[in-house]
Design a protein around this ligand. Structure first.
Ligand SMILES: [Fe+2]
Length: 282
């Protein structure tokens, strides 16, 4: 089994720029030539249930399918050059950009409460490929936090330099908004900010796609079989699934192939001397 991409030069690509940060949302339909085969492979995979710290309220199956390297490179190069219109740089390596992928089946219990709106600060871009049947009426929603006016956020106590780089390269505004929102507030650490933004904002299913007193909806992309959605991980986002009920069978679940693309930073030379071996796809 491998991911077979349709010809990227024939991709029908829609790029939206959302909110004041103009974060891109890249939508590509009909990405895979063998999407049904990939869905069947996913349905036959071994899954494990998410844990509290994983956040994802469902089942995940790590996968490393050949073909993902080509998709990752296309996504990274398209985002860097076409969307952000950035030049090559000495610190950059778009060819060697790393990614990790997993199949995900959405299955929160109705009596649970979950952090739905979130960011994924461990990576650069999130790629969600919908593999659900047409009956699944859900999507991915993008949000702005009303209290802080933030639409982008990068968590972690040691994230200051990372935030500055993201602001400089990708034109987002995080630090000024943090200053304005919390200068006259007892909050003194990024962990406390994260707590205010996420942990105290758990919700129970179903998951609305409409604005509320905490979150203003900036945009929404609907699920469509074989559609890929790409967005920067710092943009607040969530599963939107207003008619959600727990699926009875994996076939009926919101099934996605999720990929996190790492920052395309040149890696230091590895000291490990590894022989080239034919047949291994990196
Ligand atoms: Fe996410």
């Amino acid at each position: 089994m491998r991911l077979q991409l349709n010809q990227p030069e024939n991709f029908a690509v829609e790029v939206r720029r959302i909110g004041e940060d103009k974060n891109p949302v890249i939508i590509v339909d009909n990405v895979l030539a063998n999407a049904l085969e990939v869905r069947e492979f996913a349905l036959g995979s071994r899954f494990s249930a998410g844990h509290e710290g994983d956040y994802y309220p469902g089942y995940m199956s790590a996968c490393s399918l050949p073909g993902m390297t080509q998709l990752t490179r296309w996504v990274a190069e398209f985002a860097w050059r076409n969307v952000y219109q950035l030049e090559d740089a000495p610190f950059l390596d778009l060819k060697e950009v790393a990614s990790s992928s997993f199949f995900a089946a959405f299955a929160p219990r109705m009596d649970g409460s979950f952090i739905n709106v979130h960011v994924d600060s461990h990576s650069w871009l999130a790629v969600v490929l919908y593999l659900s049947p047409p009956a699944i009426e859900s999507g991915t929603a993008f949000w702005r936090n009303k209290e802080s006016a933030l639409q982008s956020f990068i968590g972690g106590e040691d994230s200051l330099l990372g935030i500055q780089k993201v602001e400089a390269l990708f034109g987002v505004n995080i630090l000024d908004r943090l200053k304005q929102a919390y200068a006259m507030d007892p909050v003194v650490s990024m962990n406390e900010v994260r707590e205010r933004l996420f942990a105290s904002k758990k919700v129970s299913p179903p998951f609305s796609a409409e604005s509320c007193d905490v979150w203003e909806r900036l945009d929404h992309v609907s699920v469509k079989f074989n559609r890929m959605v790409v967005y920067p991980t710092w943009q607040f986002h969530s599963v939107a699934y207003p008619n959600y009920l727990p699926p009875k069978h994996l076939r009926d679940a919101r099934l996605t192939l999720n990929t996190f693309v790492k920052y395309p930073l040149r890696k230091p030379e590895s000291g490990l001397k590894i022989a080239a071996v034919e047949g291994i796809e990196l």
